[in-house]
Design a protein around this ligand. Structure first.
Ligand code: PMP
Length: 411
């Protein structure tokens, strides 16, 4: 139990993340770059270590004990992911290196063979480059084009416009569940319903949603969903593509190689069924052993206390920043996760981030792999504070105090 006396025992949880105890420039680390990558609990680090010390072998090849242990660890991660997203079947879970690989897989294997000149892919103004560039690449090859659903100044998708744009030439829509820059939660169940009515498959980029929301794919109604293990307190190089079984079954392989075949002859090869058809080569076995433990850790914490603490953190941060004069906040959606982008009047984002680093505070500055969103707001870069359940009110207060000092320094 991590809920002490009805409150979230954040100090006990922090103690399970070794890196949070370190200092940066002689100051206690305040890690507010969780949307970039999250820190790992000791249990995850130990699971990776344990895999290499005790069970290291390749998957699905060897009959010896180590091979069996490695395969079991890898496949256990698939089961844990299937439970985490409430998939109907573990066979709908393709293990990938992350969201980028997952979206590329859908772009090349599902979309490209179907796209004709004159067709379109519908995106939104707030997409991460990982949910733009793969579509541009397959559009270039096929003669299809990209259409973009607009957002408002508040950083919310204009849902009516999205629906109007779902015209017959749209062959797929791809939308972030949560914006990595604004923290906006998009109404993906509504979008999925509208796409479904028109027979247009919907891909949801869940990279930023999975750490903050209950992901129930049976309720959501989309067709493809991706997530990122390293933002979910698991190792880098892990992630998932979920797709409806019939869609996966109709998809040809994207990468060819070992592990994804039924029989290979020089005259031609037959392929394994999904999900293995899409998992050519040796995967990040140790990483997936760690991701399984990260998902168990989240299970143990329980969603309700975690989400309640995050709502509380967001309210505290938004309130504290709103009181600062000379600050521009990007994204004030009614429904959002604890991610806040902002700029201080007259100060460059990188200068502010560099000075905050001197105080032990890690925030990201830059375009956040979302150039079109920066273009919408007419800025080259923002600062972004992105929180996780292990962050505290005290850290937010220290962060706001540091911003005041930084502003004085920058004049
Ligand atoms: N989409 C979004 C919304 C993201 O924030 C990120 C990571 N910054 C990605 C995709 C890319 O994810 P991955 O690191 O798993 O490739």
């Amino acid at each position: 139990m991590n809920v002490a006396g009805g409150t979230f025992d954040v100090e006990r949880i922090r103690a399970r993340f070794p890196l949070l105890a370190r200092q940066v420039h002689g100051k206690p680390l305040i890690y507010f770059d969780n949307a970039n990558t999250a820190q790992k609990p000791a249990a995850v680090i130990e699971a990776v270590d344990r895999f290499y010390r005790n069970s290291n072998a390749n998957v699905a090849r060897a009959v010896h004990t180590l091979g069996d242990e490695a395969t079991t660890a890898y496949e256990a991660s698939r089961d844990a992911l299937a439970r985490f997203v409430n998939a109907s079947s573990r066979d709908e879970i393709v293990l990938t290196s992350g969201t980028t690989q997952a979206i590329n897989l859908v772009a090349y294997s599902h979309a490209l063979p179907r796209l004709q000149p004159g067709d379109s892919i519908l995106l939104t103004q707030m997409e991460h480059h990982a949910n733009i560039v793969p579509w541009q690449l397959v559009c270039e090859r096929s003669g299809a084009t990209i259409k973009v659903a607009p957002i408002n100044e508040t950083g919310e998708l204009i849902v009516e416009r999205f629906i109007e744009l779902l015209t017959p030439e749209v062959k797929l829509a791809a939308v972030a569940h949560v914006s990595n820059v604004l923290g906006t939660i998009n109404p993906v169940a509504t979008l999925a319903r509208e796409c479904r009515k028109r027979g247009i498959p919907l891909l949801v980029d869940g990279s930023q949603a999975a750490p903050h929301l209950d992901i129930d794919l049976r309720a959501l109604g989309c067709d493809f969903y991706t997530l990122t293990g390293h933002k979910l307190f698991g190792p880098t190089g892990t992630g998932m593509l979920w797709a409806r079984r019939e869609l996966l079954e109709a998809m040809p392989p994207f990468f060819g190689g070992g592990e994804m075949i039924r029989e290979v002859r020089f005259e031609g090869t037959t392929f394994a069924d999904p999900p293995h058809r899409f998992e050519a080569g040796t995967p990040n076995i140790a990483g997936f052993a760690g991701l399984k433990v990260a998902l168990d850790f989240l299970d143990e914490l329980g969603q309700e206390p975690v989400f309640a603490h995050e709502r509380d953190l967001l309210a505290h941060l938004a309130d504290a920043l709103a009181r600062l004069p000379g600050i521009r906040i990007f994204g004030q959606a009614a429904s959002k996760v604890p991610v806040v982008s902002f700029l201080l009047d007259g100060a460059h984002a990188h200068d502010v981030a560099t000075l905050l680093d001197q105080e032990g505070i890690a925030v990201r500055s830059g375009h956040h792999c979302a150039h079109p969103l920066m273009q919408f707001y007419g800025v080259p870069a923002t600062l972004r504070a992105s929180l996780a359940f292990y962050n505290t009110h005290e850290e937010i207060d220290a962060f706001v105090a540091a911003i005041k000092r930084v502003r004085k320094l920058l004049g």
